[in-house]
Design a protein around this ligand. Structure first.
Ligand SMILES: [Zn+2]
Length: 270
């Protein structure tokens, strides 16, 4: 599943081809993806200039004067900018045709992706009430500390809650907790302010690193359990149950937290 670094890498890849371009037309080859595609995509988007391409959580937002197209890659979605003449494949569900002669093509074999619409000045319901972006100043250890007081949920489950902070998926939560030396099973409300400061720093470092690496080998290779190949070689905890901790040699353990496999070193993480 595309995680925040892959979505951000996609944004950086497509934005230069979209920003300032006029939408010449929209081709929908089916009426729905995960949800029905709203009529505004066909009625309002053509003719509009794409002012900017933003990312919020794992949504890509194509802003125009008439409103904003929201794209989500779901489980298997891919967005590419291609010459308009590129032959259509079986799973190429949407083309946003640009006045440059290129198209933004959305390909999604499993159709868990989404194309939605947001009117100017409105916030789509899927983007309401979600936490700050992890790579902005709004996210820091003080926020985690403040929001976690009194919470008995495991700190890893807490960190993966989109209402707390968006885009920290299972791999990144596991790795950040390892790097910060925090046991993922620990109650969120029992983690100190100092340790949350370290955790927030590790979340930022690991996500920024994954984004920096994502640009070159994105999706070309997936490890057997689906972790992006470029990142897999650098994992300390995620997917390594039974293997030796790279720091201390203790066997990495796995436990289910919030129905998600959670990997940790019982010696390095307290
Ligand atoms: Zn260890």
């Amino acid at each position: 599943m595309p995680e925040l670094p892959e979505v951000e890498t996609t944004r950086r890849g497509i934005a230069p081809h979209l920003e300032g371009r006029r939408v010449a037309g929209v081709v929908l080859r089916r009426p729905d993806l995960r949800w029905p595609i709203p009529p505004e995509v066909s009625t309002l988007l053509p003719g509009q200039v794409i002012d900017s391409v933003e990312r919020r959580a794992k949504y890509l937002l194509l802003h125009t004067g008439a409103g904003t197209a929201l794209l989500h890659l779901g489980m298997s979605g891919v967005l590419r900018v291609l010459p308009e003449s590129t032959p259509i494949g079986k799973h190429d569900h949407v083309d946003i045709v640009l006045d440059s002669g290129q198209v933004l093509r959305f390909t999604d074999p499993r159709r868990f992706g989404a194309l939605l619409w947001q009117m100017p000045g409105e916030t789509h319901e899927l983007l309401e009430g979600i936490g700050p972006e992890p790579l902005t100043d709004a996210f820091d250890g003080d926020l985690l500390w403040r929001v976690s007081r009194g919470r008995s949920a495991a700190v890893k489950t807490f960190l993966m809650d989109n209402a707390v902070v968006v885009g920290v998926g299972n791999i990144y939560a596991s790795e950040a907790l390892f790097a910060a030396g925090i046991d993922p099973r620990r109650a969120a409300g029992k983690v100190s302010r100092e340790r949350y400061a370290r955790l927030a720093g590790e979340v930022k470092r690991i996500l920024a690193h994954a984004i920096a690496r994502g640009g070159t080998t994105l999706r070309d290779f997936l490890s057997p359990d689906g972790a992006p190949g470029y990142f897999y070689q650098e994992l300390f905890a995620y997917g390594r149950a039974g293997e030796a901790c790279k720091i201390c040699g203790t066997s990495i353990r796995v436990v289910a937290l919030g129905q998600r496999a959670s990997f940790y070193c019982p010696s390095c993480q307290r």
